[in-house]
Design a protein around this ligand. Structure first.
Ligand SMILES: [Zn+2]
Length: 465
C-alpha cells in the first residue's frame, strides 16, 4: 500500500465546489450521490456477476474448506490460499476452527488473503454493518448475532480550530466500537455450534462479548483486570455474564481466560480471533461511504492492542486494491505516555514491540504493555506514512472535558487521540480531512466522579449516580 502523495484528499470546500455537498447541518449524508453513482456503475458491469459469485465462493472458502471442494471454482478464487490463516510472526499457515486462534509459535493469525472489497456487494437495505454481510469472512448460512451495530454517525466538528470528522463509535449497542468485531465473531462461533465463550478485557470487549452472548443465548465468562472501571464491570454483570476480576497486570486476565478454555468453551478474544479484524474493516468502508466514496487523509485512533487501527487499515487497503480510493489514510496511533510500548518500539525503529512496564492511566482501555499484533501495527503505520504519538494524563483529562463541552461524552481512552491533535497540527495541510473514531461512551467511566471534578460538586460515597 503506497504512502499518499500530497495533497491526497479532498477537503470539505473542494467537495462543495464539486456540487456534491456532503455535510448538512453538521452531519454527513449516509450515502452520498457519488457513492450511488459508483455503486450503480459497478452494478452495470457485465463482468461483475461472475466476480460476485467468486466472492461468495471465496467467503465460503475462508471458513468452510469442505464446501469449497464441493463447489465449482471461480476464476477469482484461490481456495487453498483463501481457506488459510497465516501467522504474522513465523508465516506458518493454519485453518480456522473455534479452537484455532493462535499459531503454534504463539503468534497471531490472520487471513492469508482477505476477501476483496466489491462495491456491488454492498446492501444498503441491511441494518448497520450487515450492509457488508457478503464481504464479512462468515459462512453464508450463518444467522447473524446482531443488535444493530455499525453505521454509526460521522459528524463534522472542530477541535482547537482543526476541522475533524468524529465517528461516533460509542453509539454502538454496548457503547463501544468493539461490537463491530464481536458481532461477527459470535455469529461465526454460534454457526460452529459453540454454546459458551470466555474473554479477557479491561471492560469494553468484555461488555461487547457479554451483550452479544446474551443475544445469542450463549454462556459467557469475562476475566477483567481488577483495575477496570466499576461501571464497566457492572455493565458486564448486568448482561448476565459471569465476571471474574483478576488482580495484577492486564496480562494476568489473559492467562486466566486461556486457562478456562475447554472443548465446549471457545475463546471470544477480540485480539486473537482473526474474524474480529474482518468486522472492523467495516469501519473504513462506512467512513468511505459517508465521505462520499473518499478516504480521509488522516485516521487518528487510540491504540492498546490496536485492533481498531489494524482493522480499519485492512478495510482501506481493500478499497485501494479495488481501485476505489487513490490513497489510504495516514494512520496515527495514540498511546497514553504512562503505557506506550508501541511508541517505544516506533522511536527505536524496531519491527516488533517489546513489553514495557506500563503504569496506571486514565486511558485504561489502552493500558496494554505489549500488543499481540505489534509487528503488524508497526508495519501498517509505516506503510501509511503514519506515526505514533503519546499524550499525558492531564492532556487526556482536558480533551475529555473539551469533547463533552461539544456534546460528545466519551471515556478517557477515547479522548487520547483528541489530545494528540495538537501535536499533529503542523503536519496537517489545510483542506486535509481528519477522522477520529470516538471509541467508547463516557457512561463507561464513573460519571459522578468525573462530574464532580468538572463541577466541584460532591457525589455520594460510592461515586455512583
Ligand atoms: Zn507462527
Amino acid at each position: 500500500m503506497p504512502a499518499c502523495a500530497y495533497p491526497a484528499g479532498i477537503g470539505h470546500d473542494d467537495i462543495n465546489r464539486q456540487g456534491k455537498p456532503l455535510i448538512r447541518d453538521g452531519h454527513i449524508r449516509p450515502l452520498a450521490r457519488s457513492c450511488a453513482i459508483i455503486l450503480s456503475q459497478v452494478g452495470q458491469n457485465p463482468a461483475l456477476p461472475a466476480q460476485a459469485e467468486g466472492l461468495r465462493y471465496t467467503l465460503n472458502g475462508n471458513m468452510e474448506p469442505e464446501t469449497l471442494r464441493a463447489e465449482p471454482q471461480g476464476e477469482a478464487c484461490e481456495p487453498e490460499t483463501l481457506a488459510a490463516l497465516i501467522c504474522a510472526e513465523c508465516g506458518r499457515t493454519a485453518h480456522w476452527s473455534p479452537a484455532t486462534w493462535r499459531c503454534a509459535c504463539g503468534g497471531p493469525l490472520e487471513f492469508a488473503a482477505w476477501p476483496p472489497f466489491d462495491a456491488a456487494a454492498v446492501e444498503p437495505s441491511q441494518s448497520g454493518l450487515w450492509r457488508y454481510r457478503s464481504l464479512l469472512p462468515l459462512p453464508p448460512q450463518a444467522e447473524p448475532v446482531t443488535l444493530g451495530e455499525g453505521w454509526t454517525p460521522l459528524v463534522a466538528g472542530e477541535f482547537d480550530g482543526l476541522p475533524v470528522l468524529w465517528k461516533l463509535e460509542f453509539l454502538n449497542p454496548s457503547g463501544s466500537y468493539k461490537d463491530r468485531g464481536i458481532a461477527p465473531l459470535l455469529t461465526l462461533l454460534r454457526a460452529h455450534g459453540v454454546r459458551g465463550v470466555v474473554e479477557d478485557s479491561s471492560g469494553n470487549a468484555g461488555a461487547a462479548v457479554a451483550a452479544y452472548a446474551a443475544r445469542a443465548g450463549m454462556a459467557a465468562t469475562i476475566f477483567v483486570p481488577a483495575h477496570a472501571s466499576p461501571a464497566k464491570r457492572a455493565q458486564i454483570s448486568v448482561y448476565g455474564a459471569n465476571i471474574v476480576p483478576v488482580p495484577g497486570p492486564r496480562l494476568e486476565a489473559t492467562r486466566a481466560a486461556e486457562g478456562a478454555l475447554t472443548a465446549e468453551v471457545a475463546y471470544a478474544s477480540h485480539v486473537w480471533q482473526p474474524v474480529v479484524l474482518g468486522g472492523l474493516r467495516t469501519l473504513a468502508w462506512e467512513i468511505w461511504e459517508q465521505m462520499g466514496c473518499r478516504a480521509p487523509d488522516w485516521l487518528v485512533a487510540p491504540v492498546g492492542q490496536g485492533t481498531l487501527l489494524l482493522g480499519a487499515q485492512r478495510g482501506f487497503r481493500a478499497l485501494h486494491q479495488a481501485g476505489l480510493i487513490e490513497c489510504t489514510p495516514r494512520l496515527v496511533a495514540v498511546q497514553a505516555a504512562r503505557c506506550a510500548p508501541l511508541y517505544a518500539a516506533w522511536k527505536l525503529g524496531l519491527d516488533h514491540v517489546p513489553a514495557v512496564p506500563g503504569q496506571p492511566t486514565l486511558a485504561e482501555g489502552i493500558r496494554i504493555v505489549q500488543p499481540v499484533r505489534g509487528r503488524q501495527l508497526l508495519q501498517a503505520i509505516r506503510e501509511s506514512d503514519g506515526l505514533v504519538l503519546t499524550v499525558g494524563e492531564e492532556e487526556i483529562r482536558s480533551a475529555q472535558a473539551a469533547l463533552a463541552r461539544r456534546g460528545l461524552y466519551v471515556e478517557p481512552t477515547s479522548a487520547a487521540p483528541v489530545a494528540a491533535l495538537a501535536q499533529l497540527r503542523e503536519r496537517i495541510v489545510p483542506g486535509q480531512t481528519i477522522v477520529v473514531p470516538l471509541t467508547g461512551s463516557g457512561l463507561k467511566g464513573s460519571p459522578t466522579d468525573r462530574g464532580n471534578e468538572w463541577t466541584g460538586q460532591r457525589g455520594n460515597k460510592d461515586g455512583l449516580p
